[in-house]
Ligand binder design. Structure first.
Ligand code: BGC
Length: 676
């Protein structure tokens, strides 16, 4: 809702500005020497734009994310994909609050870490920066982070749009039809806009041949016009604008992080009439609106000693615990029993590595990182002996495994295998993963150690799906720990020893092999982004994944019963409530993520077998039963009718599926209709 007083104030301010000053609002103002320092030490300070001393307009001061604040030595949370596995919007909002606090305490007023690009293929190098593959789930998590951050400063949703291949990000064009764009790749951005996100960052890549930073269709027609976004659009850094005229006319409001095409070049374009001054005025009003809005947001003071302090690191540990996904525990070897176990062999070089994710623009520099080895050693207590082997000498590692009561192998990926990519000759850091297996040496390590001990637990680190068909049947237990942040080692130990009950569920399908996934070529100039990916594709083709979307085990068991809908029919503006009873039938307290999907019967257009429309998380004591209630709105059932340029809710029958994962055999169902 526009605030009439604010609108009056900013229009008044605009009327006092010269053309140069207006363009100044749209232009970076970080001192050159700071850029020079930040070449090797990226994100050391904020990247600033739009300071105007004469009119007393403060700069917009950008810092990055998403696993924390990238300036200073801030709290490092688990990466977004891990947080996506918590399916816990309330928790994510608390993460956002800490991020907002720490950013603000260090002088920033704009957080660039609400990354909600849809994971089309798990090989995407920056998969770890987003929450998963499903638009509804992405929307819930993105909104939660936005709300939390915006208690202190502006948040930026990125990268708009279809940015999900890394090595070709500066040139690739996503070929996509309008229905797929609107239904699959954009709804989560709209959710953040509806929740009041202050800014949006355009993507580097092209969509249907046009750079996103130059796309009037994306930035103006969809974002600003259709969705009514009243904030501003910043470019992705350096290569987000290639042509000032195209960008300014498309609705790109600020060029970051240096003056290349805006500044005096943009002024000339305006003077020549190639960019109408009303476009500039619109951009400036958007920028002033958010500056004005956020000048009233936040606390009276910020205490720097709280950065990565006790409360914030406790939250990082809680999030890491709630993010981990127990993929396998058969026969049951977890949790490890400290009363029975005398010796644990911890094996693998990653056990002793601070492995918190990518080292590109999302790099956070926490004051410390608890490694898995440190966490396990600390938790095991003096009575349990820990023998550590890096795995460089296979015979020694095998011997250690043979002589132990339990074995924990820590394997996975690092910033060398996946992450943000710059095309610098001879240096290959990050980039996409074409092969989703573990790196060869680690796969060999698992294969060598697994036969040595029946109680062999594999802890995996990484930013998205890992294929493991060569070895997953050979070990009884697998725990996906992702890049678990600065408290990751403690959280891993909490789960291994049963101090905490695992509750995370996969936010993306783990396939058996890459053949099951959409076509992925990270050098192609154009890639077709089809309607189907992730579990929708698996469902449609009837494929069996290694681990399904929404899947995750617990140390307890949950029984679902009595699915019911509060009505059999809803109108176009209506909604229904699905309820299901869930009992903790085991002996340990736990949290269960309950998922609701909808299927479409007799639609006149091609629809997925089912798609996620809601989820809740319930905390249950042993023996306790609670009712989960999830709402479905008629508007969420619509498809985008391209010919009408409108959302269409069909009067057909729908099936509601509720259960602990997307696997058909896990789901209970009930039907309802929509009317006229
Ligand atoms: C990344 C963005 C990031 C920006 C600023 C770019 O390279 O693509 O995600 O926000 O740098 O750090």
């Amino acid at each position: 809702m526009a605030d009439p007083e604010r609108e009056k104030r900013i229009k008044e301010l605009l009327s006092q500005m010269t053309l140069g000053e207006k363009i100044g609002q749209m232009t970076a103002c970080t001192a050159l020497w700071k850029h020079a320092v930040m070449l090797p030490r990226y994100n050391l300070w904020t990247y600033d734009s739009g300071r105007n001393k004469r009119l007393g307009i403060p700069a917009h001061k950008f810092t990055d994310g998403p696993r924390g604040v990238t300036i200073g030595h801030s709290t490092c949370f688990p990466v977004s994909m891990a947080r996506g596995a918590s399916w816990d919007a309330e928790l994510e909002e608390r993460v956002g609050e800490v991020i907002g606090y720490e950013g603000r305490a260090q002088g920033a007023n704009h957080y660039g870490g609400v990354c909600i690009n849809l994971l089309r293929h798990p090989g995407w190098g920056r998969a770890q920066e987003t929450y998963g593959e499903d638009p509804h789930h992405l929307g819930e998590m993105g909104v939660a982070l936005t709300k939390g951050v915006q208690k202190h400063m502006m948040a930026c949703a990125k990268h708009f749009a279809c940015n999900s291949i890394e090595e070709s990000r500066f040139f690739v064009s996503a070929k996509i039809d309008e229905r797929t764009l609107r239904e699959i790749y954009l709804p989560h951005f709209k959710r953040c806009v509806d929740a009041g996100v202050a800014t949006v960052m355009s993507a580097y890549n092209r969509v249907n041949g046009e750079y996103c930073g130059h796309s009037r269709h994306l930035l103006f027609e969809i974002l600003k016009q259709d969705w009514g976004f009243d904030g501003f659009v910043v470019s992705d850094f350096l290569w987000g604008v290639r042509d000032g005229k195209a960008a300014a006319n498309a609705g790109l409001d600020i060029e970051m992080p240096i003056k290349r095409f805006y500044g005096s070049s943009l002024k000339k374009l305006v003077l020549r009439g190639e960019v109408p001054e009303k476009n500039i005025d619109d951009s400036v009003l958007r920028i002033l609106r958010q500056k004005d809005r956020f000048s009233k947001v936040g606390l009276p003071s910020y205490d720097r000693s709280r950065i990565a302090g006790k409360d914030h690191s406790a939250l990082a540990r809680e999030v890491a615990i709630k993010s981990m996904v127990l993929l396998k525990n058969d026969p049951r070897v977890l949790p490890l029993d400290r009363n029975k176990i005398r010796t644990i062999a911890v094996i693998g070089k990653l056990a002793d590595k601070a492995n918190i994710g990518d080292i590109g623009s999302s790099k956070v520099r926490p004051p410390y990182v608890v490694t898995p080895l440190a966490g396990i050693t600390g938790r095991a207590g003096a009575a349990v002996k820990i023998i550590y082997e890096r795995g460089d000498h296979l015979d020694a590692a095998k011997l250690a495994a043979r002589n132990a009561d339990a074995v924990v192998i820590v394997a996975g990926l690092t910033a060398k295998n996946e992450g943000e990519f710059l095309p610098v000759p001879l240096i290959k850091i990050g980039g996409d993963r074409i092969n989703l297996d573990l790196p060869k040496d680690q796969e060999e390590l698992v294969l060598a150690i697994a036969p040595e001990h029946k109680n062999c637990v594999v802890v995996l680190e990484g930013g998205s799906a890992i294929t493991m068909e060569r070895w997953r049947d050979k070990v009884p237990a697998i725990l996906m720990a992702w890049y678990p942040g600065m408290e990751g080692g403690n959280a891993i130990a909490d789960i291994l020893f049963g101090e905490a009950n695992p509750s995370g569920k996969l936010p993306c399908v783990f396939p058996k092999s890459t053949d099951q996934l959409p076509f992925f070529d990270n050098h192609a100039k154009e890639i077709e982004y089809g309607y189907y990916h992730g579990y929708r594709l698996f469902d449609k083709k009837g494929l069996e994944p290694a681990f399904a979307f929404g899947f995750g085990l617990s140390y307890t068991t949950y029984q679902y019963s009595n699915l019911r809908l509060d009505r059999a029919e809803i109108g176009r503006n209506g909604k229904l409530v699905a309820s299901v009873d869930i009992k903790n039938a085991g002996t340990m307290a736990g949290e269960e993520i309950v998922q609701l999907y909808v299927g479409y019967n007799g639609s006149k257009v091609d629809r997925p077998v089912k798609d996620l429309k809601g989820f809740v998380k319930l905390a249950l004591q042993p023996g306790e039963t609670k009712t989960a209630t999830i709402e479905v709105k008629a508007e969420d059932l619509a498809y985008y009718d391209v010919s009408q340029k409108a959302w269409e809710i069909e009067p057909i029958e729908y099936t509601v599926y509720v259960g602990p994962s997307s696997r058909q055999k896990d789901l209970r169902s009930a039907s309802f209709k929509t009317s006229g």
